[in-house]
Ligand binder design. Structure first.
Ligand SMILES: *[C@@H]1O[C@H](CO)[C@@H](O)[C@H](O)[C@H]1NC(C)=O
Ligand SMILES: *[C@@H]1O[C@H](CO)[C@@H](O)[C@H](O)[C@H]1NC(C)=O
Ligand SMILES: *[C@@H]1O[C@H](CO)[C@@H](O)[C@H](O)[C@H]1NC(C)=O
Ligand SMILES: *[C@@H]1O[C@H](CO)[C@@H](O)[C@H](O)[C@H]1NC(C)=O
Ligand SMILES: [Zn+2]
Length: 509
């Protein structure tokens, strides 16, 4: 990490002297502390309006009774329209591209400078929840609206763009990230030929959607990496870590790599009463032993992997390695058992080491039991690391947001791994990316039970706002310093990086 955290007591002095000189001005305007607090936290926009928008979006569904919004479905088109209105309401210039992604952009002071992108997805799984994806879109728009009402939007030093991606869950075409992959330039031309359940190809669906779309127009969607400075996504955690830590926000260090395996165990079918135990080749018992092996290995990789020269691999595996048996089936009859393994880890070499060890030990078990085993590798995706600079800025932003909501407490913002894929994974091919996770109840997602507390929605909006201010510091340091008197907490920390000083202060930031 190129940046280093430091504490600068002298800045404290500077800020407090400004504070004492400007507090009299403040008194003239008669704004009390409580009022300043309310204004500073933008509860009406970042919490109340954001929550009501999430509820409104959560009602836009293709079916009655539960939430389902898939790529370019009628409900998705209605959702796009509303999201676009919210973007316009936040002072952004809006458009919808040929793929159905909704964009809202503000040029700031230099329209030709590289833009900072922020967004998430607007599609859902079948019977999904109203926060997955939507929270990232709504909190980004709310933060922009605060910049608009405080007249900061026009003073941004470079363009900022909020994007609502059309497809992340991949329900309709079983192919995830259609929207972000198109912008990142990694959507293969062959994707246009995949078809949905009704037999319509992606190409046909896109043609229907925008009549003037050609194959070229999809290529033209790809962003020029030189005109982008980064991508940031706010998303629900979809796991229980933040809830158990009692903290609403966490910073993502990376998205795990993944391997899917299919294991077939073939034994022989025999009569349950007549084949003696010594002569059995029972695939079911063998599969059970293999699954228990998998669990043991993933719980305690250090017990299974040797690491003579490099123990960092095992260290990094520790805590990030997760393994799951998805489906298990007996086919045909009882002589063959097949099951799938989903294995994820932050460290790609570590994942390979686990796969190597796992398959060697599995084959040994199969030999011992005289069953024949086939392990097929069905899918691989490498891990994606978040950018360290964006992550440390998000960490400061999260800390600032948390302190605004919870008081000046001392807390470490958790650093998490994302086990699930996100648009950020596709965007990482275009630009550096960072992610912020928001606590969700019970870690539950992809379900109507998915829930984020109103105050956590607020914290997410405050963090997005703090992030914009750290990242795209508006021109004019004087107003920032003038507002230093509003500080309830003292200077938190600063990052000194290549001659630029990023200051994170307690209340106003
Ligand atoms: C605007 O940004 C571009 C690209 O970064 C840069 O070349 C140009 O000098 C900037 N213009 C101003 C006025 O700062
Ligand atoms: C899509 O399918 C058509 C007809 O089957 C074929 O001619 C075309 O080459 C395919 N395109 C791609 C990009 O695979
Ligand atoms: C068990 O599965 C293997 C591999 O898929 C297959 O070759 C074999 O025919 C199956 N056994 C039976 C009894 O069908
Ligand atoms: C920061 O400084 C280092 C060394 O001086 C340089 O290699 C790096 O490119 C700089 N980074 C930025 C973002 O300017
Ligand atoms: Zn999602």
């Amino acid at each position: 990490m190129a940046s280093s955290l430091c504490f600068l007591p002298f800045l404290l002095f500077v800020l407090s002297s400004i504070a004492s000189s400007s507090s009299s001005t403040d008194a003239l305007h008669g704004s009390g502390e409580a009022e300043a607090l309310g204004q500073d936290l933008y509860r009406d926009l970042l919490r109340d309006e954001a929550v009501s928008r999430l509820i409104e979006l959560g009602k836009i569904s293709d079916v009655d009774g539960y939430l389902e919004r898939t790529f370019l479905s009628p409900a998705s088109l209605r959702a796009s329209k509303i999201i676009r209105e919210w973007m316009a309401d936040a002072g952004l210039r809006t458009w919808i591209d040929h793929m159905g992604n909704v964009h809202g952009r503000v040029d700031g002071l230099n329209a030709s400078a590289p833009a900072l992108l922020m967004g998430s997805h607007m599609d859902t799984v079948v019977d999904g929840g109203k926060f997955d994806g939507a929270l990232g879109i709504v909190s980004a728009i709310s933060a922009m609206k605060v910049l608009k009402v405080t007249e900061k939007l026009v003073k941004l030093r470079h363009p900022v763009e909020v994007i609502a991606f059309c497809d992340e869950e991949g329900v309709r075409f079983q192919s995830t990230f259609l929207g972000s992959a198109a912008l990142a330039g990694i959507l293969p031309a062959t994707a246009l030929n995949i078809s949905d359940k009704s037999g319509k190809t992606l190409h046909e669906v896109l043609k229907e959607y925008s009549a003037d779309a050609t194959e070229d127009s999809f290529v033209q969607l790809t962003y020029n990496p030189e005109l982008v400075r980064g991508y940031v996504e706010v998303h629900i955690e979809q796991g229980p870590v933040l809830e158990s830590a009692g903290i609403p926000l966490g910073v993502v260090k990376g998205i795990a790599g993944q391997t899917r395996l299919k294991v077939t165990v073939s034994g022989s079918q025999g009569h349950a009463g007549t084949v003696p135990m010594s002569m059995r080749r029972d695939p079911m018992a063998a599969a059970a032993e293999l699954i228990v092996l998998l669990e043991g290995l993933c719980k305690q990789p250090q017990k299974f992997l040797s690491y003579d020269d490099d123990c960092s691999t095992v260290d990094s595996l520790f805590g990030s390695l997760v393994c799951t048996v998805g489906e298990i089936s007996l086919w045909p009859s009882a002589s063959n058992v097949t099951f799938t393994i989903d294995l994820r880890a932050m460290d790609d070499l570590g994942r390979e080491a686990v796969l190597y060890e796992l398959s060697a030990r599995m084959y040994t078990i199969c030999d011992k039991r005289s069953v024949s085993c086939v392990i097929e590798r069905k899918h691989d995706a490498n891990a994606v690391k978040c950018d360290s600079e964006l992550s440390s800025q998000l960490q400061l932003a999260a800390l600032s947001a948390f302190r605004k909501v919870a008081g000046n407490v001392d807390v470490d913002v958790p650093i998490l791994m994302s086990g699930a894929g996100h648009d950020a994974m596709a965007m990482a091919h275009l630009t550096k990316m960072g992610m912020l996770f928001v606590r969700c109840r019970g870690g539950v997602s992809h379900s109507p039970a998915e829930h984020v507390l109103d105050d956590d929605v607020w914290a997410a909006g405050l963090a997005a706002l703090a992030f914009w201010r750290i990242k795209c510091r508006t021109i004019g340091y004087v107003p920032l310093f003038q507002r230093a008197y509003q500080m309830y907490s003292v200077l938190v920390s600063c990052i000194y990086r290549n001659g630029s000083l990023f200051i994170s202060v307690g209340k106003p930031l």
